[in-house]
Design a binder for this molecule. Structure first.
Ligand code: MN3
Length: 249
């Protein structure tokens, strides 16, 4: 943002109150970071570009459940590296970076393992950051809640199955709530940086909610206590975002 624009922006925001001043600039900066060359597919906010989007909250915003040091290292080092390596792989394998990452994942079996690991890693983390919120988890409602209750009897039933998938993932991977092509909600888990959008995934569909169970996601705070990390995840889930993904499918 140019400084003159920023000054007038802040001036206007001040009139609207402190709350909008605190919220609006971060949303504005997210919109500004979508590179011009990918505005095609990314005009849909549910498509993922090759660059990292800025976090919508501070590193310490999810404390005490996710600590600031973990967020900083996880976002900047781990996830940052997936994005960097994805772009390297795209260059080497002549993939247009104007494509969405989702497009590549849909035919990932045709690409190298470097592409698979880093397209997956980049997509998974971009989704993961949005699946969490510092504003209190709340609970799903409306059509999403109805679909969860239909499939898992209750919200607790879904949480239990999802948590178990995360605990049972041996080594590194992810737990997912997925909407399948048949419009059915299922819980699944993938190894490494695989995900349900990949053509080679065991359970295919649109991931609505993802949880990173790699040790790098929790070890500084929880050490070996992955179940405690998973239990605390429910306190920071951004159900509004999950519901938006559900209704945009
Ligand atoms: Mn991770």
């Amino acid at each position: 943002m140019k400084s003159t624009t920023r000054r007038s922006f802040i001036g206007n925001s001040a009139k609207a109150g402190i709350a909008s001043l605190l919220i609006a600039p971060s949303l504005h900066s997210i919109a500004n970071t979508i590179p011009a060359e990918v505005t095609g597919p990314l005009s849909n906010r549910f498509k993922t570009g090759f660059d990292q989007q800025p976090l919508a909250y501070a590193y310490n915003a999810l404390e005490p459940y996710v600590d600031a040091q973990t967020m900083d290292i996880h976002y900047n080092k781990h996830a940052g590296t997936y994005s960097k390596n994805l772009k390297e792989a795209a260059l080497a394998e002549k993939v247009e970076t104007s494509k969405s990452v989702e497009d590549i994942l849909a035919s990932i079996s045709k690409y190298s393992s470097k592409m698979r690991n880093n397209a997956g890693g980049h997509f998974n983390h971009e989704l993961f950051w949005k699946c969490m919120t510092p504003n209190g988890a709340g609970a799903p409602k409306g059509k999403l809640l109805a679909a969860i209750e239909k499939q898992f009897t209750s919200l607790d039933g879904m949480k239990k199955e999802f948590s178990q998938a995360g605990k049972d993932r041996f080594g590194s991977g992810w737990a997912w709530l997925v909407l399948t092509g048949e419009n059915k909600l299922v819980v699944s888990s993938t190894p490494n940086q695989d995900n349900p959008l990949m053509d080679l995934a065991e359970v295919k569909g649109t991931p609505l909610l993802g949880l990173d169970v790699w040790e790098h996601a929790y070890y500084l705070k929880y050490q070996n206590r992955r179940p405690e990390y998973i239990e605390n995840f429910w306190k920071i889930v951004n159900w509004d975002y999950v519901a938006e993904r559900f209704s945009n499918k």
